[in-house]
Design a protein around this ligand. Structure first.
Ligand code: G1P
Ligand code: ZN
Length: 542
């Protein structure tokens, strides 16, 4: 039977950079998840009997909300839900299934790289029919709907068993439980030269993939150890756990320190990689070198044609505004269009749909292509492996030859986490107030050439997004960007992005901290970070 349940609206269900994210106890409030799901169903366009894809990264509370989402979908006119076995789907695999099954959309339950568990984070994200995150017009409409919601609809049928593959019914809706890996693995085989990579591994190339106890464990095992024949044990932390083993499933230098340490050892593996909670981020480490995500985007764009799926070349590159301009150098040299978008994968969707770009990326360890409409961690790993196999060079050699061809863009992001929200707003507000008078100002050897608050007009649908981050540009191409995170769940997180271009290859062998020293000091002078936040050091540098 379909029940209509009376509820009252919550005022804080505004989706951020990537869906609605809150702490688990917050999500557990009566009706909280139901209200947000009903707001999505009220706003999402679809035909009667449409298909909905549902899955999540397996974190704590995933199982409960999946069951609620299925029972609500049955009460909201869907004809079929396609759900990953045990409720598991990586974000890119969900995107692929939405496209492949011509679904009206998908619900992805994840808080990405944020920690999980009873006191950890949880999130709900809605993806549209192209497989990508809902654009701002939809997330805003969902938010407005949530503020006026008076009831939601849910079937009282017992929760379906998601451990068994196959079809069952709830009300008039088919519940189809699918293998979360199979379709995704099939897609990867159409893009990359699996035989060549497998031959490289059989020939002694050693690799390690850290799934961080998150969703990519089963994907890594099936693809890297299964299809590519890497020895058992190549995938570490490969069993998804509800609390990610107490860790932080964020593949960066802090949380993937063990993997990086192995790769810095002469006797260690040749290649290391890791992915995050929901499988859309990637970390690439070669022997003796951690590849920065901005460099990885530029290098993959420059070499993608070496993989069969991109042999015809790429149409263009898109990067989020704070991502370094290394990719711009590739675009300029290869005569490709380059698009600079606001932070968040949702801004790439229209460009990919229109065929304007093939490869996209963000400095936050996200890279992807037009094969799905999400960033894709394992895709990046496989493309790197394909490039390494094709070039027959080490990761380090490939990175260094890229720098000597295109110049090196030194880059760092400094995060100040859980700072006072008012102080954070004050810092950004003060920067905005000073923008008009900034141009021409001198800080040490640096001269401001331009300063603005980034806004973006989508070239396809003409929609405008303002207030996307304060950019201070200096003559010579150096840059400092300040923005507040849209994914945090406590206080505010200030992100400061710092970069400097160095064309001279005799000066490439310097640590970023050193190459960026003057800009780092200047970021504090201009942003008044210490004064306004009381913090003398960032919490995380990536
Ligand atoms: C962060 C990253 C951004 C990414 C998003 C979702 O958002 O900076 O690039 O798209 O997570 O993975 P932020 O917290 O900065 O708003
Ligand atoms: Zn993620």
């Amino acid at each position: 039977m379909i029940l209509t349940v009376a509820t009252s609206p919550f005022d804080d269900q505004k989706p951020g950079t990537s869906g609605l994210r809150k702490k688990v106890p917050h999500f557990k409030q009566p009706h909280y998840a139901e209200n947000f799901l009903q707001s999505i169903f009220d706003v999402a366009e679809r035909d009667a009997g449409a298909t909905l894809v549902i899955g999540g990264d397996g974190r704590f509370f995933n199982r409960e909300v999946i069951q609620i989402a299925i029972r609500m979908a049955a009460a909201n006119g869907f004809g079929r839900v396609v759900v990953g076995q045990d409720g598991i789907l990586s974000t890119p695999a969900a995107s692929n299934l939405i496209r492949k099954r011509k679904a009206a959309g998908g619900i992805v339950l994840s808080a990405s790289h944020n920690p999980g568990g009873p006191d950890g984070d949880f999130g709900i994200k809605y993806n549209i029919a192209n497989g990508g995150p809902a654009p701002e017009a939809i997330t805003e409409a969902t938010y407005q709907r949530s503020r006026a919601l008076a009831e939601y609809r849910i079937s009282d049928a017992p929760a379906p068993d998601l451990s068994i593959l196959g079809e069952t019914m709830i009300e008039a809706m088919v519940v189809e439980v699918v293998d979360p890996v199979a379709d995704y693995a099939e897609l990867m085989q159409t893009l990359f030269d699996f035989d060549k990579i497998a031959a490289m591994i059989a020939g002694g190339f050693r690799l390690e993939f850290d799934a961080m106890h998150a969703v990519t464990g089963p994907y890594g095992k099936a693809i890297i150890e299964g299809l590519l024949g890497a020895p058992a044990g190549t995938v570490v932390n490969g069993i998804p756990l509800e609390d990610f083993g107490g860790g932080h499933p964020d593949p960066n230098a802090v949380y993937a320190a063990d993997l990086i340490a192995k790769l810095m050892d002469e006797d260690g593996p040749d290649f290391g990689a890791a992915s995050d909670g929901d499988g859309d981020r990637n970390l690439i480490v070669g022997k003796g070198i951690v590849v920065s995500p901005s460099d990885s985007l530029a290098i993959l764009a420059a070499n993608a044609h070496l993989a069969p799926g991109y042999a015809k070349g790429i149409a263009g590159i898109a990067r989020s505004m704070p991502t370094s301009q290394a990719a711009d150098r590739v675009a300029a040299k290869r005569g490709l269009p380059l698009f600079e978008t606001p932070t968040g994968w949702k801004f790439f969707g229209n460009l990919l749909d229109a065929g304007k770009v093939t490869i996209c990326g963000e400095e936050s360890a996200g890279t992807g292509s037009d094969h799905v409409r999400e960033k894709d961690g394992l895709w990046a790993v496989l493309l790197w492996l394909n490039v390494v196999a094709e070039r027959g060079e080490s990761v380090k050699a490939i990175v260094e030859s890229h720098w000597s061809e295109f110049g090196r863009t030194f880059y760092q992001r400094h995060d100040y986490e859980e700072i006072d929200s008012k102080a954070a707003a004050g810092l950004i507000g003060s920067l905005r107030d000073r923008l008009a008078s900034m141009s021409g100002q001198r800080f040490g050897t640096l001269v401001v050439s331009e300063a603005d608050d980034f806004s973006y007009k989508d070239p396809i649908d003409g929609s405008i997004s303002t207030g996307q981050g304060v950019r201070i540009l200096f003559s010579g191409g150096s840059r400092i960007v300040y923005r507040l995170s849209g994914t945090g769940t406590k206080g505010a997180t200030l992100r400061v992005y710092i970069e400097r271009y160095e064309p001279d290859s005799t000066r490439h062998n310097v640590a970023p901290q050193e190459a960026l020293a003057e800009l780092i000091d200047t970021a504090d002078v201009i942003g008044e970070i210490k004064k306004r936040t009381g913090r003398s050091e960032p919490d995380v540098i990536t």
